[in-house]
Design a protein around this ligand. Structure first.
Ligand code: 13P
Ligand code: SF4
Length: 345
C-alpha cells in the first residue's frame, strides 16, 4: 500500500525528471508539444498542450530546432510536413491511432476512382500518404468550417471518422458528403448508455461531447427530436472543451472524450466538477509516452519521424488549408452553427 513517504518519493522523481527534461530541452533548443490526452506529468512538462489543430499551428510557427511530439504518429508526421527543416521526435513509435489505421492510400485511391471529381476532406487523424491523396485536411476544431468553405454543389469524400462525418453532414445540411466508415475505438466505446447513466447521476451538469464519440450521433438525433435540451449540450474539439467551463455558468460537466483531458479541465477550473462519461475511455496509444521516454528522446535523438519529400509536398497543401481555416481564428464564423453546438475551439 502507498504511504505518504512513497507518494512523496514518486512526486520527487517526477519533479526531477521534469527538471532534467527542461534542462536538456534548453540545451538542444527543443520545444515539447503535448496533446490533451497525454499523461498528466507529460502534459505538465510540455511548453504547449493542446488539440490537433493547436499543436499543428505551434509546430508550424516554432523557432525551435527540435520538436518533441508527445502525441501520436500522425501528429508528428503533420509537424514534419509543416516544418520540414526541423527534427521531429516521437518518444515511442508504438504511439499509433486506431482511427488513422482504418484507411490507407490505396483504399483512398480506390474510393476516389468510384467518385471522379469529388473533393477529399481528410480528418487530421490519417497517415501522411492519405493526406497526400487529399484536397483538405480538417480537425474536430474546424471540420464544419472547412466543409463550408467548399462550394455547396461539390461532391465531398469525408474520411475516416463516421461519427465526425455524420456531425459535419448534419451541421452543414449537405447531402453530397460520402463518409468513410472508420471509427476510433476509444470514442466509439462512449455509447448512449454511458450518457444516460451519467446524466441521471448529474442532472445539472453541462454535457461536453467530442464529435468522434459513438454517442454524438444519437445525442444530436435526440436533440433534433426534442428529447434532449440543446442548451446543456456542447459538441467540441478537445481544446474547445478546455475553454468551455470558463464561459459557462454550469458548475458541473460530463465529459465525453478520452479521460486524459480531465487533468487540464480540473487544474484550470478548480471550483468546477468534471465527470468522465466513461472512465474506461483511455487511449493506450497516447499513454505509451512517459517522462523517461521524453528524456531519452532528447538525449538520443529518438525516434526521428520523416516523411518522403514527394509525399510531404502533396500533403502540405491540404494541411496548410486546415491550419488556415477557422477553429478560433478571428473573423466571422463560417458555419451556420446553432447555439449550443460549437464545432471547435
Ligand atoms: P482533437 O483534435 O479534438 O484534439 O482530437 C484528436 C484526437 O485524436 C481525438 O481522438
Ligand atoms: Fe486515435 Fe482514438 Fe487515440 Fe485519438 S483517442 S489518438 S482517435 S485512437
Amino acid at each position: 500500500m502507498a504511504t505518504s513517504s512513497t507518494l512523496h518519493t514518486r512526486a520527487d522523481a517526477i519533479a526531477e525528471l521534469q527538471a532534467d527534461i527542461k534542462r536538456i530541452a534548453r540545451t538542444r533548443n527543443a520545444v515539447i508539444l503535448a496533446h490533451n490526452y497525454e499523461r498528466p506529468e507529460v502534459q505538465d512538462v510540455a511548453d504547449f498542450v493542446g488539440d490537433s489543430l493547436g499543436l499543428s499551428r505551434e509546430a508550424a510557427k516554432t523557432d525551435a530546432d527540435v520538436i518533441v511530439f508527445c502525441g501520436v504518429h500522425f501528429m508528428a508526421e503533420t509537424a514534419v510536413i509543416l516544418s520540414p527543416q526541423k527534427t521531429v521526435l516521437l518518444p515511442d513509435l508504438a504511439a499509433g491511432c486506431s482511427l488513422a489505421s482504418t484507411i490507407d492510400a490505396d483504399d483512398l485511391r480506390r474510393w476516389k476512382a468510384e467518385h471522379p471529381g469529388a473533393v477529399v476532406v481528410a480528418y487530421v487523424n490519417t497517415t501522411a500518404e492519405v493526406k497526400a491523396e487529399s484536397d483538405y485536411c480538417c480537425t474536430s476544431g474546424n471540420a464544419v468550417e472547412v466543409v463550408n468553405s467548399i462550394p455547396a454543389d461539390q461532391e465531398i469524400l469525408f474520411l475516416p471518422d463516421m461519427f465526425l462525418g455524420a456531425h459535419v453532414r448534419r451541421l452543414t445540411g449537405r447531402q453530397n458528403i460520402h463518409v468513410w466508415m472508420g471509427e476510433c475505438h476509444v470514442h466509439a466505446g462512449i455509447d448512449p448508455e454511458n450518457i444516460r447513466l451519467q446524466r441521471g447521476l448529474h442532472p445539472e451538469a453541462e454535457f461536453l461531447i467530442h464529435p468522434e464519440c459513438g454517442c454524438s450521433t444519437s445525442v444530436l438525433e435526440a436533440m433534433s427530436a426534442g428529447d434532449v435540451d440543446p442548451e446543456g449540450v456542447q459538441i467540441l474539439s478537445t481544446e474547445g472543451m478546455i475553454k468551455r467551463p470558463a464561459q459557462s455558468p454550469a458548475d458541473e460537466f460530463i465529459v465525453a472524450t478520452e479521460v486524459g483531458i480531465l487533468h487540464r479541465l480540473r487544474r484550470e477550473n478548480p471550483s468546477k466538477r468534471f465527470f468522465a462519461a466513461n472512465e474506461r475511455a483511455s487511449c493506450a496509444y497516447m499513454k505509451v509516452t512517459t517522462l523517461p521516454k521524453v528524456r531519452d528522446a532528447l538525449l538520443h535523438n529518438q525516434y526521428r519521424i520523416t516523411v518522403p519529400p514527394a509525399v510531404a509536398d502533396r500533403a502540405r497543401l491540404a494541411i496548410e488549408r486546415m491550419v488556415a481555416i477557422g477553429g478560433g481564428s478571428a473573423g466571422p464564423a463560417l458555419s451556420p452553427v446553432a447555439d449550443g453546438i460549437d464545432p471547435g475551439e
